[in-house]
Design a protein around this ligand. Structure first.
Ligand code: DGL
Length: 277
């Protein structure tokens, strides 16, 4: 069991930001990543659609004998985490929002003015707000959906004038009117545009949940005595559309490491959700 892989999934390339932290901190762990690049973005879709896609992917990961599932997507975490935990009681499932909320509650004070950005679904679900206030009810929170970021990032547009304009479009007024000093990147795609955000708003303290989820994975594996004992074989990256951009993102994130990888295009027809069986 200990040496079985960890399953990680996201709607596309965003979850790779969490993967890079897991690979660095837990080098013995073998990962199976699924990016649903053919159906991204999820963040503006109906909850029922997202739930059905998430069920399909979790079934696929479970059929690959993963020892744990990491939802490296705020959108899916915000609406499906509890349901998935009930459906799969025998497998630890970690979402990305609670570990980030704990961190915000730990490092921020009521003097801070905290902005949370994410997809429409994540922001409308208010999961960040509820979760952060659960840990510290005195914090001042503001949130903003930024729906154009994910399609641009999936296109590989991360550091140029189009992205700068989009960031300014959503964040200029949001940050100045609310006097935001701390920004939570509530979408796993956003660490890929962190340099652009930092360039435009150098005063911000940025909190990246993709780092916090790695801590939560480490703790959960350790508590359940599931940390891998043997050096791993290669990581496997599945994408429902093994696009050039997906491959480029993997090369840019892991290019300088010695991570061995295998890439597989996944035929969506092969994903059959429990609901349909
Ligand atoms: N990376 C996903 C998240 O963290 C993005 C969503 C999307 O597909 O819109 O919310």
């Amino acid at each position: 069991m200990k040496n079985q892989p960890i399953g990680v999934f996201d709607s596309g390339v965003g979850g790779l930001t969490a993967i890079s932290n897991i690979i660095r901190e837990l080098p013995n762990e073998r990962l199976i990543y699924f990016g649903d690049t053919a159906r991204t973005p999820y963040g503006s879709k109906a909850k029922s659609t997202i739930t059905s896609f998430a069920n399909q992917i979790v079934d696929f990961l479970v059929s690959n004998h993963v020892k744990m599932i990491v939802i490296a997507c705020n959108t899916i975490t915000s609406i499906c985490l509890e349901q998935l935990k009930q459906q799969y009681p025998n497998i630890p499932i970690v979402g990305i929002i609670e570990p980030a909320a704990r961190k915000v509650a730990k490092v921020c004070t009521p003097h801070n003015r905290i902005g949370i950005i994410g997809t429409k679904v994540t922001i409308q679900a208010k999961t960040y707000i509820h979760s952060i206030l659960h840990f510290n009810p005195n914090l001042k929170l503001f949130d903003m959906a930024c729906p154009i970021f994910v399609p641009l990032i999936e296109e590989g547009i991360v550091e140029n004038s189009i992205m700068e304009l989009s960031v300014k479009y959503y964040l200029d007024d949001f940050i100045s009117e609310n006097k935001i000093d701390t920004l939570v990147l509530g979408c796993t795609h956003y660490p890929l545009i962190r340099p652009t955000i930092e360039k435009l708003y150098p005063h911000l303290n940025i909190i990246d949940p993709s780092f916090e989820i790695m801590q939560s994975v480490k703790e959960t594996l350790s508590q359940k005595n599931l940390l891998a004992e043997q050096p791993k074989y290669e990581n496997i990256f599945y994408a429902s559309d093994l696009s050039e951009n997906f491959m480029n993102m993997i090369a840019s994130i892991f290019g300088k490491t010695n991570v061995r990888t295998d890439f597989k295009n996944f035929d969506l027809d092969g994903l059959e959700s429990k609901e349909n069986k």
